[in-house]
Ligand binder design. Structure first.
Ligand code: GLN
Ligand code: ZN
Length: 760
């Protein structure tokens, strides 16, 4: 038996974010289409070369994208919504980027397609739209061109195509009389064309990505699987199909359907899951690609252990490939480029290139023995061992604290009704109190000052003086607009997670750890490597300063434990839950500190609470239990007199409304305006017990909202929620807006609230 290495997707934005830079220049017409294509070709070539140099046997193509692989598939199968006025045979860059980013030219004035999170990752894809009689037509040659491009350079690649089941399932329909999956029969002929072209071009293997199969599916859907796979296999002729799933294990019924289908190979994520019935693989004549290296995280693998694991599988599987658990899109490029992470931590890390190297060494060990790679294996063993025992990671006090969670720690002193009475008397707020979500415009002066401070071009004093001026100015503006509960503006924060991570023990930051978030946007998540604690207060200085400038109440602003967890690379040597609870205690200490320093309202933002939901419904309860606990730990230390707010910027609450209520925040502000109906639907069914601020206008658009629209929304809400418990606020923070529209919008909002107070 020979083990082969299978690459199922490599990052594409470029080791130094070359694609980001090229795209943004192209959009500003600073470079030509030719320049953009050239940049893309370079990146693709380098990726192929890196795979080849590091022993990948099945190098992939069509994992590159100018924006997003789902958008590429929309183009490939020609499901371009009519408003983009696509006419040509092949989708042009103009149409492509109009769908990605919207267009505001004379001949094409359209918003972008909706964007949403790709499974449980922080990557966002563009949502396909389907109409009832949707026709599909091959409208892009991208996979073919990329295959040829690689071939010309001497790389025989395995093209990756997003599968029809996932593509349809991720789309939305224009009306509710049909489901997108009903379009399968219309769509498959285009897949027939795609696969037959690839076959003619000489693709030995074609990778069909169907991550949707890891979700719990109903019987109707499950019935479609085998049939569809068998058709794809037929379309591919002499090319072989490897069905690729990731992000979770497969439910056993689905695993069975796939194993019984005609596809030649299957890729499974063995980091998140197991094979349900490993014995069944013994007599199956399929290639099995096992995803044994974590594609979602940045930790070095215990290669010696992985070798044993693969050896075990090789007893059951004849044609065995090894791979990362999922496409490497979700890990940064190359640790070799890293300059910031301390050396002691760096040796515990592995980025995409290092993951290929790990796979290659596993392969060499199993195919040829350990002789040639002894040094690598010894080194790996040492690094892994040093992490287990490192003093940097382990803090017994922190561990101990997170173990003793009593009901006293989890619950406020009194229940909401009692607290509400106390707080009403204390704060004496008007009906429909107005507030904002926290941040105010981070204009270029703010960003410049921060950059200068980081480069030591501004002293701490100069920087802080600047921040003070900005904060005072924001307070004055809010006083003038007559907002009831004000905020300090968050000018001192670069990012709501990074700001806290930088001040917490157990976090580190990279110089090169970029991962694509959407299009040209990348994020550099903090790395949580050790037990988390708070050496000193993190926000007291600015909150206190702000409170001293005004007689109005200033809300303290904290990021919640789940959001900090969710937007970081989390250590994998303990359950996520344990890390979440440690962060929760750090935030708890901050709440206590704020309180001691005269802050009487504290907002703990949890915009990522919902996106942390596991992919499988069966796992939701367990997650929500500890997520809620983490929030409670953070918040429940507050005295009855202190009002705890929380904020979430989405409105799909239906599934988790019980958990939201269990947080027991005194006030929750939520996104509502973009999806008016959603929230109201939920509140019709569920009587939310505490106070609510349904976002009355969308902060994503510079458009100044209409007063009557806002009033209507508040009135609608007041039919479902006691009006004494309604707050008036925007959907989210105002960081990305400019000042003029912010002032205009908030003035209108305050006006709307004031008018409603006097109306019956
Ligand atoms: N307080 C944060 C802000 O206003 C909340 C951001 C968020 O919800 N994503 O910027
Ligand atoms: Zn928000």
């Amino acid at each position: 038996m020979t083990i082969k290495v299978n690459c199922i997707g490599y990052p594409r934005i470029g080791p130094k974010r070359e694609l980001k830079n090229a795209l943004e220049k192209y959009w500003k017409s600073e470079i030509s289409e030719g320049d953009l294509l050239k940049c893309a070709s370079e990146l693709k070539k380098n990726n192929w070369q890196t795979q080849k140099d590091n022993g990948v046997d099945y190098i992939c193509s069509n994992d590159f994208s100018f924006y997003d692989q789902v958008l590429d598939t929309i183009c490939l199968v020609g499901s371009i919504p009519e408003r983009y006025k696509h006419k040509d045979h092949e989708v042009s860059f103009k149409t492509y980027f109009a769908m990605a980013r919207g267009s505001q030219t004379k001949d094409l004035d359209v918003p972008a397609l909706e964007m949403t999170k790709w499974f449980d990752t922080n990557y966002h894809y563009l949502v396909p739209e389907f109409s009832k009689n949707q026709k599909f037509k091959l409208s892009s040659n991208k996979p073919f061109d990329e295959f040829d491009e690689a071939k010309k350079l001497g790389f025989n690649t395995k093209p990756i195509i997003l599968g029809p089941l996932t593509f349809l399932s991720l789309g939305k329909t224009t009306d509710e009389t049909f489901k997108s999956i009903d379009l399968l029969d219309n769509l498959l002929p285009v897949y027939a064309e795609i696969l037959s072209v690839l076959n003619k071009k000489g693709a030995e293997w074609i990778q069909i990505d169907e991550p949707i199969l890891v979700k719990n599916q109903n019987a109707d859907f499950t019935k479609l699987i085998k049939k569809t796979l068998n058709q794809l296999k037929k379309f591919a002729g002499s090319s072989k199909i490897i069905l690729t799933t990731y992000f979770e294990k497969l439910d056993s019924e689905i695993e069975k359907e796939i194993l019984e289908s005609d596809v030649d190979g299957i890729h499974l994520d063995l980091i998140r899951g197991k094979i349900s019935n490993i014995n069944s693989l013994r007599d199956i004549n399929k290639t099995i690609s096992i995803g044994i290296i974590d594609g979602r995280n940045i930790w070095k693998s215990d290669v010696n252990k992985k070798i044993e694991q693969v050896l075990e599988y090789s007893k059951f599987i004849k044609n065995l490939w090894i791979s990362s658990s999922c496409p490497l899109l979700h890990t940064p490029y190359d640790l070799g480029l890293e300059t910031k992470v301390p050396e002691k931590i760096r040796k515990w890390l592995s980025f995409s290139k290092q993951k290929l190297i790990e796979l290659n060494h596993i392969k060499i060990s199993l195919n040829k023995g350990n002789n040639e790679i002894k040094n690598y294996l010894d080194e790996n063993k040492k690094d892994i061992a040093s992490r287990v025992t490192s003093e940097l990671i382990h803090d017994d006090k922190v561990k101990q604290r997170a173990k003793n969670i009593t009901t006293q720690i989890l619950n406020r002193k009194s229940n909401f009704i009692k607290r509400s009475e106390i707080q009403t008397n204390l704060f004496k707020l008007p009906l429909y109190p107005t507030t904002t979500i926290g941040s105010f415009p981070q204009t270029s002066d703010v960003r410049n000052a921060r950059a200068k401070f980081k480069k030591n071009e501004l002293s701490l004093k100069e920087y802080e003086d600047f921040l003070k001026t900005k904060t005072i100015d924001a307070i004055k503006k809010q006083e003038q607009i007559d907002i009831d509960v004000i905020v300090h503006g968050e000018f001192e924060r670069n990012d709501m997670v990074e700001y806290f991570g930088e001040q917490l023990k157990g976090f580190t930051f990279t110089s090169s750890g970029w991962v694509q978030s959407y299009g040209s946007r990348c994020v550099k998540p903090p790395i949580i490597f050790g037990d988390v604690s708070r050496p000193e207060s993190m926000t007291v200085q600015w909150s206190k300063f702000a409170q001293e400038q005004t007689n109005k109440i200033v809300k303290g602003m904290l990021t919640g434990p789940i959001t900090i967890l969710q937007w970081s690379f989390v250590r994998d040597d303990q359950p996520r839950k344990d890390t979440a609870l440690q962060i929760a205690f750090a935030i708890r200490d901050e709440v206590e500190d704020l309180e001691k320093n005269g802050i009487n309202m504290i907002q703990i933002d949890e915009p990522a609470l919902r996106e942390g939901l596991p992919l499988k419904k069966n796992d939701w309860k367990q997650y929500l239990d500890w997520a809620v606990k983490a929030f409670q730990i953070s918040a429940a230390v507050a005295k009855d007199e202190t009002q705890i707010h929380t904020h979430m910027c989405y409105a799909e609450f239906e599934d988790i409304i019980d958990a939201i209520a269990a947080l027991d925040a005194d006030v929750i502000s939520i996104e509502t305006s973009r999806s008016r109906m959603e929230l109201l639907k939920t509140f019709e069914k569920f009587k939310y017990p505490n106070e609510v601020g349904p976002g009355v206008y969308d902060i994503h658009s510079p458009r100044v909202p209409n007063k009557n629209e806002m009033k209507e929304l508040i009135q609608k809400a007041s039919k479902l929620i006691d009006k004494k418990r309604i707050w008036v606020n925007p959907d989210c923070g105002l960081k990305t807006r400019g000042w003029p529209e912010t002032i205009a919008a908030l003035e209108t909002m305050v006006q709307a609230a004031k008018e409603l107070r006097t109306e019956k």
